[in-house]
Design a binder for this molecule. Sequence first.
Ligand code: B12
Ligand code: SF4
Length: 415
Amino acid sequence: MNNEMNVGRGAGYVAASLTRAGYDLRFFDTMFIKPAHIVQAVALGGYDLLMFSSMSQMFPLALDIMRQVSDRVRLPTVLGGIHATIMGKTLLERHSEIGCLIVGEGEDAAVSLLHALEGRGDLGKVPGLAWRKDGVIRQNPLGPAQDLAKSPLFPWYYFPHQAIVQADSGFAYVNATRGCPYNCTYCCNGIYLKHYGKNYLRFRPLDGVIEELAFVHAAYGPKLMYFGDEMILSDMDYAAGLFEAIKSQLDMPYGCMARVEHINPEMIKLMSETGCRYLAMGVECGDEDFRKRHLRRFMSNEQIISAFNMARKAGIFTTSFNMIGFPLGDDAYLTEATVELNQKIQPDYVQMTIFYPFPGTRMYDYCLEHDLIDEKKQARLQGYHRESVLKGVVLEKRLNMLRRMLNPEGFNFKL
Ligand code: B12
Ligand code: SF4
């Protein structure tokens, strides 16, 4: 389930793992194949199982496809991805359309599930499986976090060129790590941390990453390799080794995301010398007290200013991530504080989005407790780029005005 011109990483890895285990599969991406056509293709027959990968906002469409398919053919369905991971077996209690679901990482679990369905294993032993047995809904314990050294190669060939190289930036999203050690109140990362603990943060072997970068560069020719990893700098030694290998073996421009706490003069020097041309860092809210107290982001405004200064002086294009429309606090005041901080740090691009309550996060629980979510709006909006999903909150005009004011030249990245 996808609504962005980008690759579905989780679904890709699970599909690659099943292919490696010898299963035949067809990969449908709702960004490129209309749901009605997917339903038609599946209804034509030849399939034994229908597997879905879905984030929360796309889940209603996943359910809709399941319903449409079940009107035509009888096929068992499996749901995986972040939404299944957050909600677990409660989704089975609410939706009879879903045959079973897998909580957590799916490379090994999906293979184990298919083995069990073929009678080569026991459903009770499939890691993270939530399923129905004799009218009772059960949920198996999760397995260990995926060993990234044993992950299959990412199946780039499932995706069209325009999903791999972003039209506006020329960036290709790649990854070297999985996970983040922090636990901000609005982010789903905490769910994975809860399930996998400190083993959640993992690093791919460097030779595999370098080989993949060389392949993506040769095959698709992006302007820049962008590490979309949550927290690539969480192990400075790993990051330094990776960046030096990129310089010595590939010599191609790259970019990444970071927390301001990880930016220091030595790291910035190394990044700029090894080809880092793009760095995106979260500000989220310009009011330090609010940020610490309600978002549980403990960096100071000084640290934010200093990190952006260092990057700018090193000639690295910077983006700041920001949110407006929080469910608590005075939003007009908080927005002003965020604008002021951005005017101080002067990033090359200011990304402004609207707070969205993701199930499983503490901010979501707060919104539920205070009955703040407008379900109709939520069903209509599939992201946080246009409007707030909170009751009575209308932010579209303000958001557009802020975007124009803070980015008079738009996204103007040049190498
Ligand atoms: C990289 C990334 C992106 C990239 C690539 C996204 C993609 N489609 O893969 C880009 C920039 C495009 C992106 C876009 C968006 N993202 Co994003 N993204 C991430 C990030 C940082 C890492 C995801 C990742 O690559 N993980 C590694 C892969 C291998 O793991 P995975 O995706 O979880 O998949 C594993 C399991 O879930 C499971 N699994 C997955 N599918 C299936 C299917 C089956 C059948 C089975 C059995 C198992 C299974 O197995 C997989 C492998 O182990 C996460 C943060 C996070 N920690 O998850 C946010 C995150 C997933 N993104 C999020 C959001 C909101 C979005 C957007 C909606 C933002 C927007 N534009 O409004 C879009 C939606 C794009 C879309 N519809 O696909 C939220 C999702 C919250 C939610 N509850 O749904 C997250 C969790 C961040 C957050 N805010 O907390 N994102
Ligand atoms: S630092 Fe970023 S990825 Fe990590 S928990 Fe906070 S928002 Fe999520």
